[in-house]
Design a protein around this ligand. Structure first.
Ligand code: HEC
Ligand code: HEC
Length: 237
């Protein structure tokens, strides 16, 4: 018997069902290809978000770690993703899709994504972008050639509201060597501390806002912003 003639239609139906299923409901947990998706993340919420990103095909065009293939936009450096907060820009764009232009191929429309799925996918995009940008900025070649005055002007605009005056940032500049200062500026330690459940800290919106702002800064710094900030911080020693 010719099994191939039988198997191919069965496979096609199975794939079609899997696609339909994935589009209409929240993605089922399933065994997946470790070599492709990587080992499970420690945070189960983020792992679920990553699986949702893969299941809807985003990884196929935009890359698992946001290194895009083909004509898909580079989400690691996209200005739209950098400006997005809690899916306010990415959500509507996914629902609408992007029509074909003369130059670029279209992006499919994901009109039936639930709000929860959009939140999951967007959470993973920001997480992967922060990891990628951290690595890229930390390893940037030109970090030694910043301008302290330009760094100060940047800090007046983006840091001063929380880091009053220059006092506590000048402490950081004194305390740390150049590589640790770079690391702590891009990703301060408090970001890794779990949120507190102590009663008097439950409504700690200050820390929540600081987390959000530092994450947003990391997603949007250019190499020269970081070089200038470092030059300014080191001038405070
Ligand atoms: C078939 C390939 C493909 C798939 C699948 C795909 N995209 Fe895209 N995406 C593209 C292309 C191509 C563009 C650029 C289109 C253009 O600008 O004309 C794009 C653009 C985008 C942009 C806009 C970025 C910017 O700066 O304008 C976002 C955000 C995005 N995609 C997110 C996603 C997410 C999230 C998913 C999964 C739900 C996804 N994409 C699935 C191909 C794809
Ligand atoms: C919304 C508030 C907020 C803004 C804006 C902000 N930070 Fe922070 N930052 C914090 C908080 C809170 C901490 C953690 C408390 C601490 O360790 O001092 C922190 C920690 C840091 C640390 C680590 C300090 C250490 O001793 O480990 C550095 C460096 C830093 N921020 C630099 C910056 C720079 C540079 C900017 C502007 C580009 C900036 N921050 C903007 C709130 C903010």
């Amino acid at each position: 018997m010719n099994t191939r003639r039988f198997l191919i239609p069965v496979l096609a139906v199975t794939i079609a069902l899997a696609v339909l299923h994935g589009q209409s409901q929240s993605p089922p947990r399933q065994d997946y290809d470790l070599a492709y998706i990587g080992p499970p993340l420690a945070d189960p919420v983020m792992q679920h978000s990553k699986e949702t990103y893969v299941l809807f095909g985003c990884a196929y065009c935009h890359g698992m770690n946001l290194v895009a293939r083909g004509e898909a936009t580079d989400l690691m450096h996209s200005a739209l993703v950098g400006r997005d907060e809690n899916a306010n820009l990415i959500g509507p764009l996914l629902r609408a899709g992007i029509p074909q232009t003369a130059k670029l191929s279209p992006m499919p429309q994901f009109s039936d994504l639930s709000n929860a799925q959009i939140v999951d996918i967007t959470r993973y995009i920001h997480y992967a972008r922060q990891l990628g940008r951290y690595k890229e900025l930390f390893e940037a070649k030109a970090l030694g050639s910043g301008n302290a005055a330009t760094g100060k002007a940047y800090a007046d605009q983006h840091c001063r509201s929380c880091h009053q005056g220059v006092t506590d940032l000048s402490q950081a500049a004194k305390k740390y060597s150049r590589p640790s200062l770079t690391a702590k500026m891009l990703h301060p330690d408090f970001l890794d501390r779990p949120a507190s459940w102590k009663l008097d800290q439950l409504h700690d919106t200050t820390t929540a806002e600081a987390r959000q702002r530092h994450a947003h800064l990391l997603e949007n710094y250019t190499e020269s912003d970081v070089a200038n900030l470092l030059a300014w911080l080191e001038s405070l020693k």
